[in-house]
Design a protein around this ligand. Structure first.
Ligand SMILES: *Cc1c(COP(=O)(O)O)cnc(C)c1O
Length: 481
């Protein structure tokens, strides 16, 4: 392919034809969800080394190439994809990726992509508005920075959590940026929180020992009274608490912590309150479910992944602040080629991110919203949450299955109890099921017990899919005895 416009046009057509066929047949539930070839055989089938050597992908071989590639994908659009929390992306979000791939505007400085930068600003303002942190009149106003909340999009929730933790550190220990940590700082984190928080604490040099696990109930949710007593004990021992974290919702179970109560406690102790809403902040868009996010506005920072419940392709994650000043104070870097005083239009996100070059992350969410409207995305979240409760009732009704709790979100844990009760058996069930390729599900430990786990991301997954899943699990159970 030698950048001849006519040939390129042909290739774009072939690729989009094949993608649309893939989408249609996946949505109909045709074929396997996942086939895992031996990696070396797969590399051969795709002729990866040969194509690198010869630069010979062109009109004549691209169709076969893309077909093999697509056959070897995780088929997210297949209704039997009920696995991880990654969005089944809206087609519109894919269009955003295509545009970005063509124009490649790393818009962390305004002059490197004004349209993409303004898109990020508007979707960040939209997120802030949903939390109640946006104080300007119109979503396109950048004036809000002076008076209300602030935020930025990062390449994923893990980086967003790290950014929020950095802000918390600067807030309690402003000198740490320059002098390094001169004192011990503690972070109170639910035992069930995402591992990226523990990682952030270690990356920042606090040391993993400075994580104080917050006690959780049988459903792995934070117990607010324990937050209070822990903070009191820390105060009595003159130990400085950098942040308290709550889940909205927990990755494993999909259950929300009592955000409102924990918020009141943190505000009373004047300690930084961070909500990890990577998966579940989308409930803010649902009339029926936004009560789960009650009290979210009491946080100092929150993260919210668009590539989970907002139909956006990976990655696009908001790190959001009640007070923009806390974000503005976080990074204090100098770089003469990029950070200089200038009379300029627009805004540079670069001052507020770990990243230097950054993709047009706002465009992924913008296109999904522009296609569905915020009500449409809200309805999607509503339906996924409602459906999951229906699946719960159905599974719980079976003699040989048990669900430990009624789900609050679109994450559902259950066990097959028709044979061995051991954790190993649940794991084996899952492995055999996934190897067969007709379903993709995950597992998690809950209350220290291994459970099978569904994340109902796909709009096309229905009760019939779940009926078939249970049947397949029973068959696998029989075959492994
Ligand atoms: C997925 C998730 C993360 C990590 O987000 P990535 O975008 O995968 O880096 C953090 N916290 C919670 C609660 C999550 O569910």
């Amino acid at each position: 392919m030698k950048s001849d416009p006519k040939e390129l046009k042909g290739i774009v057509k072939i690729v989009t034809d094949e993608l649309l066929k893939y989408l249609e047949s996946s949505k109909k539930g045709e074929g396997k969800v996942l086939v895992q070839e031996d990696p070396e055989r797969l590399a051969d089938a795709l002729n990866l080394a040969g194509l690198i050597r010869d630069g010979s992908i062109d009109n004549s071989n691209v169709r076969e190439f893309i077909r093999i590639y697509l056959r070897n994908t995780q088929h997210m659009h297949h209704p039997h994809y009920i696995g991880h929390q990654v969005a089944v992306p809206h087609l519109a979000s894919g269009i955003a990726d295509m545009i970005h791939g063509f124009v490649n505007n790393p818009m962390a400085i305004y002059e490197m992509g004004p349209a993409a930068a303004v898109m990020e600003k508007v979707v960040v303002n939209w997120m802030l508005d949903k939390i109640g942190w946006f104080k300007a009149e119109h979503l396109h106003e950048s004036r809000d920075e002076k008076i209300g909340g602030g935020g930025v999009l990062t390449h994923g929730g893990s980086l967003a959590n790290l950014t929020a933790m950095l802000s918390a550190r600067v807030s309690i220990s402003p000198e740490s940026w320059t002098s390094g940590l001169q004192e011990d700082l503690y972070v109170l984190v639910p035992e069930t929180s995402h591992y990226s928080l523990a990682r952030s604490v270690s990356i920042m040099g606090l040391g993993a020992e400075k994580i104080i696990p917050l006690a959780v109930n049988k459903l792995d949710q934070v117990i607010p009274e324990k937050v209070h007593s822990t903070l009191e004990a820390m105060e009595n021992q003159n130990k400085k608490v950098m942040a308290v974290v709550a889940n909205a919702c927990a990755t494993g179970t999909g259950l929300y912590d009592a955000l409102d109560e924990v918020g009141d406690i943190c505000n009373n102790f004047a300690v930084w309150y961070h909500i990890d809403g990577a998966h579940g902040a989308g409930a803010l868009l649902s009339e029926k479910h936004k009560h789960l996010m009650k009290g979210a506005e009491k946080a100092d920072s929150m993260i919210w992944d668009a590539h989970k419940m907002l139909r956006s392709s990976a990655l696009s994650a908001g790190v959001l602040y009640r007070d923009h000043k806390n974000l503005d104070a976080t990074f204090r870097q100098k770089g003469s080629y990029i950070f200089f005083e200038k009379e300029q239009l627009g805004y540079d996100f670069m001052y507020n991110t770990v990243e230097c070059t950054k993709a047009a992350l706002g465009s992924k969410l913008f296109w999904a919203l522009a296609a569905e409207g915020e009500a449409g995305i809200g309805q999607y979240i509503d339906e996924q949450y409602e459906k999951t409760r229906e699946f719960f009732a159905f599974i719980n009704d079976q003699d040989d299955f048990e669900c430990p709790y009624e789900p609050q979100s679109n994450i559902l844990c259950f066990r097959y109890s028709g044979a061995s009760d051991s954790d190993d058996f649940q794991l084996k069930l899952r492995n055999e099921l996934v190897n067969a390729g007709d379903f993709y599900i995950t597992t998690t430990l809950m209350n220290s017990k291994r459970h099978l786990r569904l994340t109902v991301m796909n709009p096309d997954t229905n009760l019939e899919s779940i009926g078939k899943l249970l049947k397949a699990i029973r068959e696998v159970a029989r075959s492994i005895g």
